[in-house]
Design a protein around this ligand. Structure first.
Ligand code: PEP
Ligand code: MN
Length: 332
């Protein structure tokens, strides 16, 4: 159950109610909000006089549910916003990993040329092998911050584990929580304590319920700026890297009030179909598209097979614009 306490309820009283009901508690700028376990269906008599409104919920997807708050939440990303009334589809693009100043500057130049606002680049890479490139770490974050200063991008970079989450929060504008890290409560809780935007990627074995509940950790800690990213789940199919779950996206659109970003690059795992998939994603009326692009994918230190050449990305961008228009969306 979600309970909005009256604005005049003191902090001490609000915390007493929270302890009584084993609730998460946060202040939303106007009032304290309690989120009890969803099995509580009746508001306790002692709390009722102090409550302004309450919602009995049918699962622990609570704050993210459209049955609590129907409109898609607005998330501000630099000068642009997504969700809410915007009808914006924000393109976030860049290399899988930040590899050098020269490489990320080439990416930045391309994004500037194409009017893209979101620049991505991983610095802490969650690799499947310990012998693969693990990312430049803090040095990479500093390069991204430099690109932001020079070009004004919104910087998206990922957290691999809780040891460096504070660094990523300090340097990036959007904290990406990777598919392999979305169960890490140290990361989720640290992201709840900032007001920076958080992009949670769906684990490849994660149900939609678990996915939305990961967002609940951030939302119930007081950070409303959460976006969900579908990036492919594991199925029996081995010809593609993963399977982009567009049925899951339809479910999220229907039930969840968070902006949805789609990542065709990690789903397919190969460059050849990224443009087609991007068109399909945009046609679903999503809030953002995440695409990996590299100045020379043949020498990329991670995800080489799926990153687009610059010309392919230019072509992709042209191809998705009419699709966006057809479904009443603007590419930003
Ligand atoms: C990435 O965005 O480069 C990445 C590692 O993604 P995922 O966590 O979805 O595998
Ligand atoms: Mn990648």
């Amino acid at each position: 159950m979600i309970i909005h306490l009256r604005p005049n309820v003191s902090e001490q009283e609000a915390h007493r109610f929270a302890a009584m009901t084993t609730s998460a508690i946060f202040h939303d700028g106007e009032r304290f909000v309690l989120v009890t376990p969803s099995k509580l269906q009746e508001i306790p008599a002692e709390i009722e006089p102090s409550a302004e409104a309450h919602w009995a919920m049918d699962s622990d997807i609570q704050l993210a549910s459209r049955s609590y708050s129907a409109p898609t939440r607005t998330v501000q990303l630099g000068q642009q916003a997504i969700g809410g009334e915007t009808n914006n589809t924000m393109v976030i693009a860049g290399p899988c990993s930040v590899e050098s100043e020269e490489q990320i500057r080439q990416s930045a130049e391309l994004m500037k040329e194409l009017g893209i606002h979101g620049l991505r680049g991983g610095c802490y890479k969650p690799r499947t092998s310990p012998y693969s490139f693990q990312g430049l770490g803090r040095e990479g974050l500093q390069l991204l911050a430099k690109m932001r200063e020079e070009y004004g991008f919104v910087i998206v970079s990922e957290v691999r584990d809780a040891t460096h989450v504070d660094d990523v929060i300090a340097f990036a504008d959007v904290i990406q929580i990777g598919a392999k890290s979305m169960y890490d409560h140290g990361i989720l809780k640290a992201c709840a304590k900032t007001d920076k935007a958080v992009l949670i990627k769906r684990g490849f074995g994660t149900t939609l319920q678990e996915f939305a509940q990961a967002a609940e950790f951030v939302l119930s800690g007081g950070n409303p700026n959460v976006m969900l990213c579908e990036r492919g789940i594991r199925t029996f199919e081995t010809k593609t890297r993963f399977t982009l779950d567009l049925c899951g996206v339809a479910w999220l659109k229907e039930h969840i009030n968070l902006p949805i970003i789609l990542d065709p690059s990690h789903a397919l795992g190969y460059r050849y179909g990224i443009e087609d998939l991007s068109k399909a994603c945009v046609a679903m009326g999503i809030d953002g598209l995440l695409v990996e692009v590299h100045p020379d994918p043949s020498v990329a230190k991670s995800d080489a097979a799926q990153q687009l050449y610059h010309d392919q990305f230019r072509h992709l961008l042209k191809a998705i614009k009419p699709v966006a228009e057809a479904v009443g969306r603007h590419i930003v």
